[in-house]
Design a protein around this ligand. Structure first.
Ligand code: NDP
Length: 463
């Protein structure tokens, strides 16, 4: 018996093939009994304007094979999956799509962001199954007004609790570990504030350059693509107050509360050579891992007039009693030679050192790494040849590996009707409000667009 139909719009695209379908397969590989119940009777329908019907089943089978998913659940999905050629912005094309639906409906928008509101307007006029869930990818709008309008458009289709605004970073091991570890660890819990912590950095650099995605990226840039969405969510899980429960209501209230008091840094300059809370840069030609990358501005589809940044760094403050005075630095860049991707929590030096030394030799740094997921603590310790002499020590551990991918977590929430790890509508708007003053300053030309060679660590004078 079919219980749910998952309709993937934009199934011919990169997200569906590379992340969504393997994510679904990962629930077969690593999911527990409740995950297998979610997959029981699941019908997966792919759709797009292009004719992919002949290859669809192979695409699904390939994604499952790639992640090692096999067995009855996989066979059942492969036996019922269909592809329907349709334009989701055309009301007429929805007839054959809805003919495929059995049971409850999940509509997954794996579509370019500009199309989402058009599809929402079409859905509003359709007779959808009573239990319909919408899953919408980031970026959610392109400013606070468009995000508000998109909230309203989706809200006319289904109630808020059935709208999953996807941010797969909330399903990332490092983000989940941050939440779980912080609140269940006496040592951390008691020192998780501005008295003990001096600065927090959330960094997600990558080696990849544009990879042919100019159509989307050249109008977005690093700040909109990574910081406004993913890294603000990571800030929220790092800085939020303890929710009473890890459920949709309480966790999302905590995340919303901390983001509601987050804004661009106004304290003493955080970045050398600039007074403002942001800096931006764009890569020029260079080599990453033996591969030559052209100057970003000369890539196919790029309009240099857009002045799109491929590296963004911003400093934020969280205006509450726990975090007042602590800068939260968010950074993400493309074409970085030795990329870091981690949350770094820098502790303050101790107030007094009996060894007569001063400075930060004793300051601890706690790191939550994204790739591979790990926790590492750097501190100073005695015990070497000389009595009382301090040596840097590092303890680290790889986080328990889960076969369920980040997109597996997303799909678990969507199929399980549990929006805990998705973005609430007011938060989607607030995330634009947080970065808007920075975008405005860039638009006014107040922050220079620096350059760095691909393969370097960023502009030479940034460090
Ligand atoms: P693509 O650009 O690959 O587009 C997906 C599909 O959308 C296309 O294959 C196309 O299918 C359909 N489409 C394109 N234009 C239109 C249109 N005008 N009207 C109707 N359908 C259209 O996107 P991705 O798969 O890369 O991403 C999908 C979403 O997921 C985006 O919101 C993106 O930001 C987000 N995302 C993507 C990630 C990734 O790594 N790819 C990672 C995280 C989020 P057809 O031509 O067959 O209709």
């Amino acid at each position: 018996m079919t219980s749910t139909t998952m309709l993937i719009l934009g199934a011919s695209g990169d997200l569906a093939k590379r992340l969504l379908l393997p994510g679904l397969g990962s629930l077969v590989v690593g999911g527990d009994a409740s995950d297998l119940r979610l997959l029981d009777g699941l019908k997966v329908v792919g759709s797009g304007r292009s004719d992919r019907g002949g290859e669809w089943r192979d695409t699904v089978a390939g994604a499952f094979e790639q992640i090692g998913a096999k067995g009855e659940a996989v066979d059942a999905i492969l036996a019922t999956t269909e592809y329907v050629q349709a334009d989701p912005t055309s009301a007429d094309d929805w007839k054959p799509l809805l003919d495929q639906v059995e049971g409850d409906l999940v509509v997954y928008f794996a579509l370019p962001p500009a199309i989402v509101s058009k599809v929402a307007a079409v859905l509003e006029g359709l007779d959808l199954p009573e239990h319909t869930v919408l899953a919408v990818e980031k970026p959610f709008g392109d400013d606070a007004d468009s995000a508000t309008a998109l909230n309203a458009a989706l809200g006319r289709v289904v109630p808020e609790e059935r709208i999953h605004r996807v941010d797969h970073f909330l399903g990332h091991r490092a983000a989940l570990a941050m939440l779980a570890t912080r609140f269940n660890n006496r040592l951390l819990e008691s020192s998780w504030n501005g008295d003990a912590i001096e600065r927090v950095e959330i960094v997600y650099d990558e080696k990849l350059g544009l990879e042919g995605r100019a159509g989307y990226y050249d109008t977005a840039g690093a700040l909109r693509d990574m910081l406004q969405s993913h890294l603000l969510q990571v800030l929220a899980v790092t800085a939020c107050e303890a929710p009473s429960h890890f459920d949709a209501e309480h966790l999302r209230n905590s995340l919303a509360a901390v983001l509601s008091v987050t804004r661009p840094w106004t304290g003493a300059p955080v970045f050398p050579n600039t007074d403002g809370p942001s800096r931006r840069a764009r890569y020029t030609a260079g080599e990453v891992d033996g591969k030559q990358l052209p100057d970003y501005a000369s890539e196919k589809g790029v309009d240099p007039e857009h002045e799109t940044e491929t590296l963004a760094e911003i400093a934020l403050q969280v205006d509450n009693a726990r975090w007042g005075g602590v800068p939260f630095v968010l950074r993400s860049g493309k074409a970085i030679g030795d990329p870091a991707n981690e949350i770094r929590v820098h502790y303050r030096p101790v107030r007094f050192r009996p060894d007569g030394q001063t400075g930060d030799a004793s300051a601890e740094v706690l790191r939550f790494g994204f790739k591979p997921p790990r926790i590492e603590l750097r501190f100073t310790s005695g015990g070497g040849d000389m009595p009382f002499e301090l040596e840097p020590v590092q303890v680290s551990g790889t986080l328990p590996k889960s076969p369920v991918t980040e997109y597996g977590e997303v799909i678990r929430g969507v199929l399980g009707d549990d929006p805990t790890l998705s973005i609430r509508g007011d938060v989607a708007v607030q995330c634009w409000n947080i970065v808007q003053p920075i975008l405005d300053a860039w638009q006014r030309g107040e922050v220079p667009l620096d350059e760095y060679p691909a393969g370097s660590g960023g502009p030479a004078d940034w460090s």
